[in-house]
Design a protein around this ligand. Structure first.
Ligand code: ADP
Length: 382
C-alpha cells in the first residue's frame, strides 16, 4: 500500500472508531445545540441525507479514495487539484479548506481525499464534539507536521474553541490558559503547521472572522442525474448488485441529487430485487420498490411532501414562517431547513421570501392541485 493509501486507511479506521463512539452526535440535525429528536425521526426516512452508524460502515467502503474517482463537482475538483498539487510542489501544507452544502454531497469524502492525496495523516472531529477549548487544544497540540484536521459541522463550535482556532489557523499557535481568575495566564504554544478542512451545512452561521481564515472555500451543489448514474454504477459494482442501465437511470432520477441517498436507495432496491424477484434490478423493480419506500418520481419523500402539503393545504401556499411550518409537520425547524428545503427550493417547488416560505406554481402542481388564480405566484427569484 502506498503512503497515501496507508494514510487513507488509517483515516477511515479512525473515522469509524470515532463515529461508533460518537454515534448519534454526527447523525443529529446540525442545529445550534438543537434537539436530537429530529435526527431519530429523520433516520427512518429512506431518503434522509443524514447517515446512521451502520450506514457509515458501508459508506466507507463506497467512498471514492482519490480525486480522480470523485464524480461530479467538476469545478471544485479542478480547483482542489491545483491547490493540492501546488502545495505538494512547495512542500508546504495547503491553505485551509471550507466546504459547505447540504448533507450527503461528499464533504467528508473530499476531506479524506485531501489527506490521501497529500499522503498526510488525518484527525476527524466535529463542532458539537468539541465542548471546551481544552478539547481543541488537545487535538491541535499533538498534531504532526502537515496533518489534516477535519471538523465537521464547524458552525457548531463553541465560542472559546472558535477563538482558539483563529490563532491556530493563522499563526499555528495556541494559547493554553493556566489557572483561573485574576491569576490565570496564557502560555503560548507553537503547533505544527496543519491544514484545517471545515465542513458545514449552514455556511451562513459561520462568523466572518472564521470564514475569512479559510484560503479555499467550496460550495457543493446537488448532483445531476447523469453524475448520480456514474456513482450508482460504481457502487453497484462494489456491492456486486446486478442492475440494468434503465434501473440505474431511474435510481439516479429519484435520489434527490444526493450520492448518499443514491447509494442507500440502491441497497433498498437490491433487497427488493433479491426477495421479490431473481436479484436483477430492472426499471420496473426500481419503480415498484421506490413506491414501497414512498419516494416519488422527483425523489421527494414523506417529509418533503409533508412540508409542501402543509404549506399548501394548511397555509394556502404561504407565506409562512419556518418554525410554524416545522410545527405543522412535527419536525425540528433545523431538519426542515437543512434537509427538506434545499431540495424543494432547488426544484422550484418552494421559495424562501423575506415574508416566509411560499409554494410556487410547480409546488401546487406537484401535489396535483391548481394554484389560486388571483394570487401572484412567486418564482424562484422572488
Ligand atoms: P457529507 O460529508 O457531505 O455529508 P459524505 O462525504 O459522507 O457526505 O458522502 C456520503 C456518501 O456519498 C459517501 O459514502 C460516498 O460514498 C458518497 N459520495 C459522496 N460524494 C460522492 C462522489 N462525488 N462520488 C462518489 N460517491 C460519493
Amino acid at each position: 500500500m502506498t503512503d497515501a493509501g496507508d494514510a487513507f486507511a488509517r483515516a477511515e479506521e479512525a473515522e469509524l472508531a470515532r463515529r461508533r463512539t460518537a454515534d448519534g452526535e454526527q447523525a443529529g440535525p446540525p442545529a445550534g445545540g438543537g434537539p436530537r429528536s429530529g435526527a431519530s425521526r429523520d433516520d427512518d426516512r429512506v431518503v434522509s441525507p443524514l447517515a446512521d452508524s451502520d450506514e457509515r460502515a458501508i459508506e466507507s467502503a463506497l467512498r471514492p479514495k482519490r480525486l480522480d474517482d470523485f464524480v461530479g463537482q467538476g469545478r471544485v475538483r479542478e480547483q482542489l487539484s491545483l491547490l493540492l498539487r501546488s502545495a505538494l510542489r512547495r512542500g508546504r501544507p495547503p491553505d485551509h479548506v471550507l466546504m459547505s452544502g447540504p448533507p450527503g454531497l461528499g464533504k467528508t469524502t473530499i476531506a479524506m481525499i485531501i489527506a490521501a492525496e497529500l499522503g498526510a495523516p488525518m484527525r476527524i472531529t466535529s463542532g458539537p464534539a468539541i465542548e471546551r477549548s481544552g478539547d481543541l487544544a488537545a487535538v491541535l497540540s499533538t498534531l504532526q507536521e502537515g496533518e489534516v484536521v477535519f471538523i465537521d459541522e464547524i458552525h457548531r463550535l463553541a465560542r472559546p474553541a472558535e477563538e482558539m482556532l483563529y490563532l491556530a489557523m493563522e499563526d499555528f499557535r495556541v494559547d493554553i490558559v493556566v489557572g483561573k481568575g485574576p491569576g490565570a495566564t496564557a502560555i503560548p504554544l507553537d503547533i505544527a503547521p496543519f491544514t484545517l478542512v471545515g465542513a458545514t451545512t449552514r455556511a451562513g452561521l459561520l462568523p466572518a472572522p472564521l470564514r475569512d481564515r479559510f484560503g479555499f472555500t467550496a460550495h457543493l451543489d446537488f448532483y445531476q442525474p447523469e453524475e448520480l448514474s456514474v456513482i450508482v454504477r460504481r457502487s453497484a459494482g462494489l456491492l456486486s448488485v446486478r442492475i440494468e442501465d434503465a434501473g440505474i437511470g431511474e435510481l439516479a432520477q429519484r435520489s434527490r441529487g444526493t450520492p448518499r441517498i443514491a447509494n442507500r436507495l440502491l441497497r433498498r432496491v437490491r433487497d427488493y430485487a433479491e426477495v421479490r424477484a431473481d436479484g436483477l434490478v430492472t426499471r420496473e423493480i426500481t419503480r415498484t420498490a421506490l413506491e414501497l419506500y414512498e419516494v416519488d418520481e422527483m425523489g421527494l419523500d414523506r417529509l418533503d411532501r409533508a412540508v409542501l402539503d402543509a404549506l399548501i393545504r394548511r397555509f394556502g401556499g404561504g407565506p409562512v414562517g419556518l418554525s410554524t411550518l416545522a410545527v405543522a409537520v412535527g419536525e425540528e425547524a433545523e431538519t426542515v431547513e437543512v434537509v427538506a428545503e434545499p431540495f424543494l427550493v432547488r426544484h422550484g417547488l418552494l421559495a424562501r421570501t423575506p415574508r416566509g416560505r411560499v409554494a410556487t406554481r410547480a409546488g401546487w402542481e406537484h401535489l396535483g392541485l391548481t394554484p389560486p388564480a388571483i394570487t401572484e405566484m412567486p418564482t424562484l427569484f422572488d
